[in-house]
Design a protein around this ligand. Structure first.
Ligand code: GLP
Length: 236
């Protein structure tokens, strides 16, 4: 594992964008595993800058996102589909028909999970998976549990996740309590993993995830078993 500590969020964002850009440049028809949350916003801005300058071409890229809230469709400004459209897809020359986010409005989320895993497999797997980390150690929406779940699956969100994500909603009561997330199988089968975490609040959980025991109680700790992980932590 490669662990990089930087001082600022801007440094983290440039480094992360450059690692993703390298995959887009070197892998024909690259498949990017993308994430939401506040952490990737800076990297997405940088990628859009590179694209605007003509340095990076997304026309043959496909993307698969990690997760989506249950019951929110792409027109809802709190959905992860909406977030991705606003923060990245509309700012780069990606074909929006080749951008995938699990459908949180599917009538059967277990079935949706199966279809999503089949899609990832048909794409030939993920070339690089970008991840943030929740304060409870979740990746995607894989919450602390007794087991690691392999498949894309519906989840009950942890009260601490609902509280942490309430800042994006008008009130905590508006935060969905359920979601669908890529499982550990999809994440761990990515050829490369890039986890970004910024700020003092994330320091302890990053320490636990990468220097503590591998346990489903700290979901990100499974990444210790992945052969190609880069972690970028910024102190501010
Ligand atoms: C959400 C997402 C995660 C993300 C996490 C951390 O819960 N489902 O994929 O990593 O938030 O978000 P932030 O980067 O805002 O701290």
């Amino acid at each position: 594992m490669k662990f990089i500590t930087v001082k600022t969020y801007d440094e983290l964002s440039i480094l992360a964008a450059d690692i993703i850009a390298e995959v887009v440049k070197t892998k024909k028809n690259a498949v990017l595993g993308l994430a939401t949350g506040s952490s990737p916003v800076g990297a997405y801005k940088k990628l859009a800058e590179y694209n605007a300058k003509g340095e990076l071409d997304f026309s043959s890229v496909t993307s698969v996102n990690l997760d989506e809230y249950e019951g929110l469709d792409g027109s809802n400004d709190q959905s992860y589909r909406y977030f991705m459209n606003e923060n990245l897809f509309k700012n780069i020359n990606i074909d929006v028909n080749k951008t995938y986010v699990p459908n949180g409005c599917a009538s059967d989320l277990v079935e949706e999970g199966k279809n999503y895993d089949a899609l990832i497999e048909n794409l030939g797997g993920i070339d690089i998976q970008l991840l943030g980390i929740g304060l409870d150690g979740h990746i995607g929406f894989n919450e602390p549990d007794d087991v690691f779940t392999k498949e894309t699956h519906p989840v009950e969100l942890d009260p601490s996740t609902i509280e942490a994500n309430a800042r994006f909603f008008e009130s905590i009561d508006d935060v969905p309590t359920r979601a669908i997330t890529m499982g550990m199988g999809g994440i761990m089968s990515a050829k490369k993993v890039l986890l970004i975490a910024n700020g003092a609040a994330k320091k302890d959980i990053v320490e636990k995830a990468f220097n503590g025991p591998i346990t489903p109680k700290v979901p990100a700790s499974i990444l210790q078993l992945h052969p190609d992980v880069t972690v970028i932590f910024s102190e501010n």
